[in-house]
Write a protein that binds this ligand. Structure first.
Ligand SMILES: NC(=O)C1=CN([C@@H]2O[C@H](COP(=O)(O)OP(=O)(O)OC[C@H]3O[C@@H](n4cnc5c(N)ncnc54)[C@H](OP(=O)(O)O)[C@@H]3O)[C@@H](O)[C@H]2O)C=CC1
Ligand SMILES: O=CCCC(=O)O
Length: 294
């Protein structure tokens, strides 16, 4: 199967690379075209624009940063919409809100194409290892056809129904994750300031009901103030913002998520947006450097 892939950031690069390793023919595009070179070395072809990728491939996947990026890649000049047509499928795996996803779905369907949203849970390493959790919604027939691709990228694929349900599920999950990261940061800080060992706190947490892979993976690096970006903080803040909008829409009061969003926003204003989202710990500790927003 030949697959187009738009967006070679942390996630897109790992996912496209995995598809190549598993025998798919992949045509890649990235806004910064030079980032395609590493994939070309692994056997990918380059499409000069999103439109040219869609022209060449029956199925095209996108993994882009945010609503502005996914809308631009579909609707702008040389975008997906110029070449999408009957028989072609577009699968957007980016994390965006349901409204953005629906706008894209409607435009693709109007041109005769089919659309699936399929945001993922799991970060850089699960993407490299094919261990993502795929939250798809939209065209069921396209879901069935693209399952061999999902089986290489993920450990479990869900089909959740009409467009918007995948986007909303992903935002709810990341809202919880962002709040948990803030709670862990406060706990580490409180342990340290009150004369306890943060590492011992992690050991205790890991043995009890609060044990989870995220604390286990991120906790030790946080203690050392190391934040190599797996999930960039600016994207976590985008997800908190979109989840809070969803809460507004449904009149769900979310004071914990709102406070967490403020901490992530503050981290961005201190220039921590490109670091891993665990860098919010620097804000909780009060040790963030002054810096420019990212
Ligand atoms: N990292 C993670 O752990 C996870 C991320 N996600 C979600 O996946 C998506 C991608 O994340 P990730 O790979 O980490 O992000 P990165 O920031 O590493 O990559 C973002 C990608 O989007 C492209 N891009 C940004 N703005 C535009 C634009 N205006 N037009 C065209 N392309 C654009 C970038 O191109 P360029 O290279 O030119 O900047 C790059 O290819 C996000 O929605 C994120 O929330 C979901 C699960 C886990
Ligand atoms: O959207 C990013 C999610 C990161 C993760 O699930 O570990």
């Amino acid at each position: 199967m030949e697959v187009g892939f738009l967006g070679l950031g942390i996630m897109g690069k790992a996912m496209a690379s995995r598809l190549l390793k598993h025998g798919f023919r992949v045509t890649v595009w990235n806004r910064t075209l030079s980032k395609c070179e590493e994939l070309v070395e692994q056997g990918a072809s380059i499409g000069e624009t999103p439109a040219l990728v869609v022209k060449k491939c029956k199925y095209t996947i996108a993994m882009l940063s945010d609503p502005a990026a996914v809308l631009s890649v579909v609707f702008d000049k040389d975008g997906v919409l110029e070449q999408i047509s009957e028989g072609k499928g577009y699968i957007d795996m980016s994390t965006v809100d349901a409204e953005t996803s629906s706008k894209i779905s409607e435009a693709i369907i109007k041109k005769g194409g089919s659309f699936l949203e399929a945001p993922v849970s799991g970060s850089k390493k699960p993407a490299e290892d094919g261990q993502l959790i795929i939250l798809s919604a939209g065209d069921k027939a396209l879901y069935e056809v693209i399952l061999p691709v999902f089986d290489v990228l993920g450990k479990k694929s869900f089909f959740l129904g009409e467009v918007g349900k995948g986007a909303r599920m992903k935002l709810v999950v990341n809202m919880i994750m962002g709040s948990m990261m803030n709670a862990l940061s406060e706990g580490l800080c409180l342990a340290d300031k009150s004369g306890l060992s943060p590492q011992t706190l992690l050991d205790v947490l890991d043995l009890g009901a609060c044990s989870n892979p995220m604390f286990k993976l991120k906790g030790p690096a946080m203690i050392e103030s190391k934040y190599p970006p797996a999930f960039p903080l600016k994207h976590q803040q985008k997800d908190m913002r979109l989840a809070l909008c969803l809460g507004d829409e449904h009149a769900v009061s979310m004071p914990i998520a709102a406070a967490s969003n403020e901490a992530f926003k503050k981290a961005r204003s201190h220039g921590l947006g490109d670091l891993d989202f665990s860098a919010v710990y620097e804000i909780v500790k009060g040790t963030a450097p002054s810096g420019n927003a990212a």
